[in-house]
Design a binder for this molecule. Structure first.
Ligand code: ADP
Ligand code: MG
Length: 473
């Protein structure tokens, strides 16, 4: 490339810088290079596909205008992604100086062993936040509300160093207690276990008080050295990231990592557009990867989570048993929040351990009362259930309440009790009273009976679904 061309390119960059401002320029254009000028066509390169698509969609016209102001004959600006080989040759120029070498294990610890980020002392030196050994993919239950987030997290955790980064950053958001931290720590555990890429997990607070201050300390060489080895940076609770200078560091770190082909994973309680305290550049960069929302845990998912939790608890407390109806009851009544589910089970476990009493519906009702979500879904009345069931099975309501035990009324009665239990918040004794003054054990028996049957009897399961729908409309 001629000196004249380089000269023009420098002028164009100056124009661009003046035009978009220093901040925007350093975020998006600092790593843009001139590759060639042919006829009226200019070819520029950037290190990542993300930068390319971002610049193309947001700044294409400005870049062209700056070129035209400099060189009237330019009619076209083409943007390409620099090859990996070229990229690593150029990386030392990038700022800050993260991300040249792939192998960060050059430092040794006090025993002379090479340090790696998997090593707790390095995780600490880097300000890594503590990890909970229970929060892994194995214990994460997948349901409708989190399928996509789970798949993306799995993909990230399993990616090879040589794989192209698919979505960067991966940004997961949801309300509180819906599994963000669980997923992020699962990525960290799985990624570090696979040994392909070092994964560093940080809360935003750790990022602010450990990471950033270490970044700023010129003497923190060990830190910087170790940082080079990070393949995946995971930041939890990004909504807590505050302060202008922290944000600037965050932005630079983000850019440097992404441009160097490192994966960034973020969780927050809101989408990027609602992170009011972050400036536009950071927000746009965050929104430029894959943004996934996790919805509230549905009843089915809550049930599965509870079931898995009980299984896990039984490893330590073999005598702990929670009957399916109790799980169903908690799944139905306790809020959407995963933490409350855990709290509910802990209470049952404590009660069971301390008193030696088996876990029953009554006990559950008493123990978890305050965790029950305040707004009941739709209030279904027991009278309605009895009316609808009687109509469906062609018996009378008084048959259901009577003491008759012929098969043609026993089954409908059991179905009605089952529905009363699953669709209302009435206790077993109360349901018993409303069905002709029966004992609560009779109700419990009916509920269990139907629960057992619907697993095998498709026709019955179907009937019950139809009844439920009628009642909830
Ligand atoms: P968040 O970070 O979104 O506030 P957490 O990840 O801390 O939520 O989840 C709260 C609790 O709920 C944790 O105990 C977590 O293990 C549990 N939890 C949430 N979602 C799931 C899930 N899909 N499978 C298993 N446990 C879950
Ligand atoms: Mg969390």
């Amino acid at each position: 490339m001629s000196n004249g061309e380089q000269e023009s390119w420098s002028r164009v960059k100056e124009r661009l810088r003046a035009d978009v401002g220093e901040d925007v320029y350093s975020s998006w254009f600092a790593r843009m290079d001139l590759e060639a000028i042919e006829e009226g066509s200019v070819r520029l390169s950037v290190p990542t596909r993300f930068l390319k698509s971002w610049i193309q969609s947001h700044y294409a016209e400005r870049v062209l205008a700056c070129w035209q102001a400099q060189e009237g004959k330019v009619t076209r600006v083409e943007l390409v992604v620099r090859s990996a080989v070229l990229k690593s040759a150029m990386l030392p120029k990038a700022k800050p100086d993260i991300g040249t070498a792939e192998n960060g294990a050059r430092y040794t610890n006090s025993n002379g062993r090479p340090l790696s980020v998997g090593d707790p002392s390095v995780h600490e030196a880097l300000g890594g936040s503590p990890l909970d050994p229970r929060l892994t993919f194995d214990t994460f239950v997948v349901g409708r509300s989190n399928t996509l987030a789970h798949a993306a997290a799995k993909q990230v955790a399993g990616a090879k160093r040589s794989d192209a980064v698919m979505f960067n950053p991966l940004y997961i958001h949801s309300g509180v207690g819906l599994g963000k931290t669980h997923l992020l720590q699962a990525v960290t555990w799985a990624g570090n276990a696979a040994g392909e890429r070092k994964v560093l997990y940080l809360t935003a607070e750790k990022f602010m008080y450990g990471f950033v201050s270490a970044l700023r300390t010129q003497t923190a060489l060990a830190f910087k050295e170790a940082l080079r080895g990070i393949g995946v940076l995971v930041i939890d609770d990004l909504q807590f990231l505050q302060g202008k200078s922290t944000q600037a560091e965050f932005c630079h770190t983000l850019n440097a990592l992404i441009d160097a082909g490192r994966q960034v994973v973020i969780a927050s309680d809101r989408p990027p557009s609602d992170l009011e305290s972050l400036d536009d550049r950071v927000r746009s960069r965050l929104a430029g990867g894959l943004v996934v929302e996790m919805g509230p845990l549905g009843e089915e998912l809550r049930f599965e989570i509870l079931k898995a939790r009980v299984m896990a608890a039984r490893a330590h407390h073999p005598a702990f048993d929670v009957p399916v109806p109790v799980l169903g009851y908690i799944a139905k009544t306790v809020t959407h929040n995963g933490r409350d589910l855990e709290g509910a089970l802990n209470r049952l476990l404590a009660h069971n351990k301390l008193t030696g009493h088996a876990v029953t519906l009554e006990m559950a009702e008493r123990e978890v009362r305050d965790l029950i979500r305040p707004q009941e879904p739709k209030r279904v009345k027991i009278e309605d259930i009895q009316r609808v069931v009687a109509r469906q099975y062609n018996v009378s309501r008084s048959d259901l309440l009577s003491s008759r035990r012929t098969a043609n009324v026993v089954r409908p009665r059991q179905v009605a009790m089952y529905l009363a239990k699953t669709l209302t918040l009435r206790s077993l004794p109360e349901i018993g009273r409303r069905f002709g003054g029966r004992d609560h054990t009779t109700v419990l028996h009916a509920v269990r009976k139907i629960e057992g049957l619907v697993g095998n009897d498709m026709a019955l399961a179907e009937e019950i679904e139809i009844l439920k729908r009628q009642l909830q409309e």
